[in-house]
Design a protein around this ligand. Structure first.
Ligand code: EPZ
Length: 414
């Protein structure tokens, strides 16, 4: 429940990155030793992954509120796919990790947010290039290999998931794997750094060519997850949208450049420090054009949040989705709040209105849900958001963090 109209003030500290941790926990399967992973966010996707690893026989425990100790030495090859895997998209990383460790993997077709068709042909192309046979039906994917041999893989589409999965499968393969046209997102660099900290040899992550030289084994160690670019961006946009003044802390400003640039264009004031950014939004905000793109472009995972802001910014905005086929489902919810938005294919034309009005709305997916929170914060009256389990998949204590900034927001336990 959000009562709108409060400007956000104060400081907020950003948690560890969801899209990094959902790759790093499965990556621990490859490690013949103990992994200590720090700065782990307490989100639903992490709990699901922990349960999946425990089902396979791993020992996983929090040693403090954000440090996870993972020991996968005892997991067995005969894992049976289960319903838990269907709960999250990132369960497909188990394919690359299990294939890398056991030369065999069986995983239930991933669930997660639905933005139209979500193919995994590029993941499969990579596994096959490494020497695996892959079989799939509507429910399960099975991959197996006599041996995995390093090779060159050119991705036809810049895919975060395929880049990560091929890295996972290649780390313990024989010889050198080169991934060309790789994705460059901060969480890809984070996974590479984690693997290298465990004894892998991965070079070039963060560029579009990644070179993985296979090693015999990974032997454990400690690693701290990077701050969440999208959580940070969500607070930055919320600060600007409400006309507030917020210091967003524990971030890597370099990762925020595309978001900062758009907020400046909208009319917010951005001040960058070493590991924090201040956002001030007290002037009039005006419409802008945005196209979402792979990193370092403006992130698709920040699209609903900025559309919520633009719905009351002065003038016309054009937001074009450049990654997913169908990521505007949440717009219907904004219309109920009085927004004037027309979606045509992959573009949304937004005519800024004077104000939004609180209404009952639904979180259609994780980031759509974050967009609803921002819309609720700027709306007149009360917004009731249902299906918040989507938001909990990826944001740690979202309502507590907003409340600490002065928002009138609370969780209703039904
Ligand atoms: C990751 O999804 C993120 N999820 C998504 O974040 C994010 O929106 C997306 O990357 C893009 O940044 C996780 O990290 C768990 P992709 P992923 O493979 O890896 C097409 C969030 O809200 N494609 O980079 O599944 C695909 O259809 C979530 O945190 C193929 O055609 O995305 C899409 O159009 C939602 N074939 C495009 O590539 C493939 O084999 C990019 O997808 C793979 C992808």
């Amino acid at each position: 429940m959000v009562k709108g109209g409060k400007k956000l003030y104060g400081e907020v500290s950003v948690s560890g990155a969801k899209n990094a941790v959902v790759a790093i926990i499965p990556a621990a399967i490859l490690v013949d030793g103990i992994c200590i992973v720090e700065n782990v966010p307490d989100i639903q996707d992490v709990r699901v992954l922990i349960a999946i690893l425990e089902n396979m026989g791993a020992s996983v425990a929090f040693t403090d509120e954000s440090t996870l100790k993972i020991d996968c030495r005892a997991i067995s090859k005969q894992n049976e796919p289960d319903a838990l895997m269907r709960k999250m998209r990132a369960s497909y990383y188990l394919l690359g990790a299990l294939l890398g460790r056991f030369r065999a993997a069986k995983v239930t077709m991933p669930g997660g947010c639905s933005f139209g068709v979500r193919p995994i042909d590029q993941h499969i192309k990579g596994f096959e290039a490494l020497g695996a046979s892959v079989w799939q039906d509507s429910d399960v994917i099975v991959a197996s290999a006599e041996e995995l041999k390093g090779t060159n893989v050119y991705l036809d589409i810049v895919s975060v998931g395929a880049t990560i999965n091929i890295m996972l499968a290649a780390v313990l393969a024989e010889g050198v794997t080169v991934i060309e046209n790789a994705a460059k997102e901060p969480h890809i660099v984070d996974l590479a750094n984690f693997l290298n900290a465990m004894g892998a040899n991965v070079k070039g992550a963060g560029t579009d060519v990644i070179k993985v030289t296979g090693v015999k084994k990974l032997s454990g160690g400690a690693y701290s997850i990077i701050p969440d670019q999208i959580e940070a961006g969500t607070f930055m946009v919320a600060a600007a949208a409400t006309g507030g003044n917020v210091l967003v802390k524990n971030i890597i400003p370099k990762h925020m450049e595309s978001i900062s640039a758009k907020l400046i264009e909208v009319g917010a004031k951005i001040t960058e420090h070493d590991d924090s950014i201040r956002v001030e939004g007290d002037g009039e905000l005006s419409g802008v054009n945005i196209k979402t793109q792979p990193y370092p472009g403006y992130p698709t995972d920040m699209q609903p949040q900025i559309v919520a802001l633009l719905s009351t910014a002065k003038g016309i905005s054009l937001v074009t989705e450049g990654v997913w086929d169908n990521r505007f489902q949440y717009v219907g919810e904004l219309l109920r709040m009085g927004a004037d938005i027309r979606v045509d294919g992959k573009s949304a034309f937004i005519n800024g209105v004077d104000h939004l009005t609180g209404a009952p709305v639904r979180a259609t997916d994780l980031r759509g849900g974050a967009g609803m929170v921002i819309a609720g914060l700027i709306a007149e009256g009360t917004t009731e958001i249902t299906d918040i389990q989507y938001i909990d998949r990826g944001y740690e204590k979202i309502e507590e963090k907003f409340k600490a900034l002065g928002a009138d927001i609370y969780r209703v336990n039904s």
